[in-house]
Design a protein around this ligand. Sequence first.
Ligand SMILES: [Fe+2]
Length: 158
Amino acid sequence: MKSTGFYHCDTCNNLAVLISTGKALLHCCNEPMEQLSAKETGSGQEEHVPVLSVSNNRLKVAIGAVEHPMTQEHYIQWIALQEGNHMESVRLRPGDKPEAEFSYHPFDEQQELFVGENDEIVPNCEGNPCNFVLTEQPAARSVVYAYCNQHGLWKAEI
Ligand SMILES: [Fe+2]
């Protein structure tokens, strides 16, 4: 079964992001691509799980609590932020710091709905007296992914 996510080719190391699903399986090198499952815990988590901090609408990401190596043989290839229906990624090279920074506006997609006495949604408070309850919809979940060329896909949720 195919679903949106990250897909890897074990033969050539191609990595694909499936944004929208169709009927066919993704193939590479004449084989079906493997859907990656992001880890949050387990062996190696100290060096791989993204560590997140938010300040002034900036999301700072460091990989991991113990800084991940960035050698030619073993490094974090990219870090990505998925925020609702938006995805942004930063590619890294050996020698770079295993870090990234993103613009972060977790409440942009939050909707303020005004709900009247009969649970109808009213566009604003035009009546007098104003008789509504403000309901805040939860913000979309944000996920930060990091991909290690040796240890695969890791994630942390905000
Ligand atoms: Fe690693």
